[in-house]
Ligand binder design. Sequence first.
Ligand code: PHE
Length: 349
Amino acid sequence: MIWTELFRAWPGEEVVVRYDRDAEAWMFVAIHSTRGKRSVGGCRLKVYPTPEDGLWDAIRLAEGMTNKWAAIDVDYGGGKAVIALSRPVAGEARTALLRRFGRMIDSLNGRYGTGPDIGTTPDDMALLASVTRYVHCYDWIKRAPYDPGIYTALGVFVGIKSAWRFVTGSDDLRGVRVLVQGVGDTGAPLARSLAKAGAVVLLNDLNPDKLDPVAKELGAETVPAEAVYRTPCDVYAPCSVGATLDETTIPQLTCRVIAGAANNQLRSPEDGDRLVARGILYAPDYVVNGAGAVSLAMVDEGAGFDAIEREIQKMDQRLTEIFQEAKARGESPVAAAARRVERRLGVAQ
Ligand code: PHE
């Protein structure tokens, strides 16, 4: 799709674009909504096949962030930044690129605040914070970054138990086969919690340097990329890039529950109905992965770990309500979650 059509079809406020000549990279800041204090969402830094793929990711992720903030009752609008690389960048060149990105964020005067996402780390937030104050996942009082990934993972863990209980009547995960796709900042801590709870953990990651140490630590089986969707499991937890659920992968799935940390797990809205037709309970991504955002908003308000952890336990109730509403109306949890978001945004306007 060409970018003019992408923009026309997108209901957001603005997209800021810069071409970074030094790194030969495109910077996209998609501001879907500035409701509340500002638009807030992470910064994704990765190689994309084309700049348009990066733009597509940015605008979809920004829209997802608006839903996420609404689903967890936080007064921010959705935004997302994508630095679309044509080739990998490291060391000094990467630092310099991030500084230039920080200055771009600063030039938006607070309409967008950034945070970590795929390809950026908590330490990168400290670097950005030396250039602009519009950085989250950073404790401005202690002047230290922190990692939202462990909180996201905790929320997904609570969500998996919630979904498993909804389907089987018990949230005992002993012996339950959970396939975690992606063992990065969210997938690795999630896999640890699952193993501790007695689940049989199966792991996949495209990067063996990430996969092998975690698989060894947990004694977990690894699954090659081409076998992910057809490998027998009870729960599928996508924790990497989005759009893994579509008309070709859904027919292959054997799981009863899907709940994971990835954003934009469905390629298109119809995929939610495809999952219902296959009898798979889907925890809407922006709800079940919202705990990282919860932690960010609470750290912004000065909260500590215990308070954040308590707040994240509310994920269970939130998801259970969504599953119940979906079941009662014979629809997908995606539809029930969307109605929840509409109610929240409707009330707030
Ligand atoms: N990128 C993560 C997410 O999408 C964490 C994050 C949340 C970062 C909110 C910034 C803002 O949930």
